[in-house]
Design a protein around this ligand. Structure first.
Ligand code: HXC
Length: 510
């Protein structure tokens, strides 16, 4: 008996060593943690339950029968993050470069199936040379099985990808279908074809980092939602994010203890909006002042900064925030900001997270570049996402809300539940100057008359009261009491139920 127990421990120790000490040292020398160290950091101490530690591949080509490392290059199982269950897989680059064999993929599929059945998020840590070259089509089939599960799990359990090494070729499409992708600066990259192929085909010379590093994907392509300095920071931030999220689409987000007064009055908000309508101010200040303890988890911080997306808590409950940012491009809606916000709104709606929209938007960005690249279709994404969302929706207009952008930004007409406006807000078809130039074209050559008409238009329309008279705005509120008003609105909406008409699924303009 003792020998058998001893053998188990020996086998376990062997599996835990992955590709051996030399390769572990090489991994460390690159500033990367091993697959197991990452799992340990991600999960609560001692909570990891590993599965399939002794799984080996079945390939017999290219001498592979003599190289069958236990675990086959991926560590899988479940554990807890602040006491809440998550499933995890972590690719082990020290074992055959973390490459994906049929059995490696099978291990990932197994925990994805369990996550779906038991209703818990899946967190995938990616560090892999891609398809196991010795296995050929078996490897591709494995990827296909993972992809299909990504699709089935979408909107059922949150899926989070952390890229901590190579992720190239078709392999990128599994993370691409998850809800959030985080990358580590300088040690991770994602691309469909690498620098060598790019050079051959397009004659472009580019490094792996330039082509698909964390900076590229958080600033240019928007493939990734966040970039972190190192593995430790990335894993700590994933823990922080998971705390905001429900475990699945049937459960509410967790309620966290809070130590912040719900009725907290912020006098400084009364002067947040500058006197001059064209002077910018920082919308993040409002978000931080509304949030419990000023805690804000921003998503896609470095992309399309003219719109801000992320999570806060109000009375301990998670709320998704979408906010125009007047500091960047005057908070205009454009292709990038519409796409960014639409995806965020849809995530919130999938998982029952109420949405707070903070609006200061002068309209859609004009220009050939926007039109040629499809601002009509991309803008419609956000409109569609807001309109189909059935979660509680509260909107606060702080300043401008003009034209189509007024309707898009969670207006009453898109079934927002509570629409507030600050006294400083202007809800109109367009700004007074533009409107005057159109209505009074005949006076175009007379600046005095134009100024007179502009003042008249401002008096009549540059305020929240015309919309309030029609009930499009439920109440004009004091900026200083916004936290209290918004928190009360969401509290009143806690048992909101809204159904969509039966359909197989909608056809959002992709
Ligand atoms: C089998 C692999 C492997 C792979 C790496 N290794 N990639 N084994 N299949 N795909 C092994 C190496 O042989 C080596 O083994 C160990 O992993 C570490 O690799 P190195 O090359 O020494 O590491 P490094 O210099 O850091 O380079 C990492 C790398 C490179 C850039 C990822 O290994 C590489 O280019 N690999 C091939 C990538 C690739 O072409 N993959 C297929 C893409 S197509 P030893 O024993 O020496 O430690 C694809 C399609 C997916 O993925 C389709 C899905 C639908």
């Amino acid at each position: 008996m003792k020998d058998i127990l001893q053998e188990l421990e020996t086998r376990r120790a062997d599996a835990r060593l992955g590709g051996g000490q030399k390769r572990i040292d090489a991994q460390h020398a690159r500033g990367k943690l091993t697959a197991r160290e990452r799992v340990e950091l991600l999960l609560d101490e001692g909570s990891f339950e590993e599965y399939d530690m002794f799984v080996t591949h079945r390939c017999t080509d290219f001498g592979m029968e003599k190289n069958r490392p236990a675990g086959d290059g991926v560590v899988t199982g479940w554990g807890t993050i602040n006491g809440r269950m998550v499933y995890v897989f972590s690719q082990d680059f020290t074992v055959l470069g973390g490459s994906v064999s049929a059995t490696h993929a099978m291990k990932i599929c197994k925990i994805m199936d369990m996550a779906m059945q038991n209703g818990a998020p899946v967190i995938g840590i990616n560090d892999s040379g891609g398809a196991r070259i010795q296995e050929g089509v078996d490897s591709l089939a494995g990827y296909g099985e993972v992809f299909q599960r990504n699709i089935m799990a979408s909107g059922v359990v949150p899926q989070i990808s952390v890229i901590m090494g190579p992720c190239a070729g078709g392999a990128v499409y599994s993370p691409a279908m998850t809800d959030f992708i985080f990358m580590v600066k300088d040690s991770s990259y994602m691309f469909v074809t690498g620098p060598d192929v790019v050079k051959t085909v397009t004659n472009e010379q580019v490094t792996a980092e330039e082509l698909g590093g964390a900076s590229t994907h958080t600033k240019k392509s928007s493939v990734a939602d966040g970039a972190f300095e190192n593995d430790v920071e990335a894993l700590a931030e994933v823990r922080r994010l998971v705390d905001f999220l429900p475990l699945n689409n049937r459960q509410p987000s967790p309620t966290r203890p809070f130590f912040d007064d719900v009725g907290r009055v912020e006098d400084s908000l009364d002067t947040l909006v500058p006197e001059n309508a064209n002077t910018p101010y920082d919308m993040k200040e409002l978000i931080l002042k509304l949030a419990d303890e000023g805690d804000f988890y921003e998503i896609q911080e470095d992309f399309a900064k003219n719109i801000i997306t992320g999570f806060i808590r109000l009375e301990g409950q998670t709320v998704g925030v979408v906010a125009n940012q007047p500091m960047v491009l005057a908070g205009v809606l454009d292709i990038d900001s519409a796409r960014k916000a639409a995806r965020f709104v849809r995530f919130c709606d999938c998982f029952g997270i109420p949405i707070l929209s903070l609006v200061d938007v002068p309209g859609f960005l004009p220009g050939t570049s926007q039109e040629y690249n499809g601002v009509i279709k991309h803008g419609a994404k956000l409109l569609f996402a807001y309109g189909e969302a059935t979660v509680p929706k509260v909107t606060v207009i702080t300043r401008k809300s003009y034209g189509g952008a007024y309707v898009v930004m969670a207006s009453k007409h898109l079934r927002a539940d509570v629409n507030y406006a600050w006294p400083t807000s202007e809800i109109a078809v367009m700004g007074a100057k533009g409107a005057t130039e159109i209505i009074h074209r005949a006076d175009a050559g007379n600046p005095e008359k134009i100024a007179e008409h502009t003042a008249e238009y401002e008096d009549r329309f540059a305020n929240p009261f015309v919309a309030a008279e029609r009930g499009f705005i439920d109440e004009v509120i004091q900026p200083r009491s916004t936290r209290k008003r918004v928190a009360r609105a969401f509290a009143a909406l806690r048992s909101k139920k809204q159904e969509m008409p039966w359909k197989k699924h909608d056809n959002i303009p992709l």
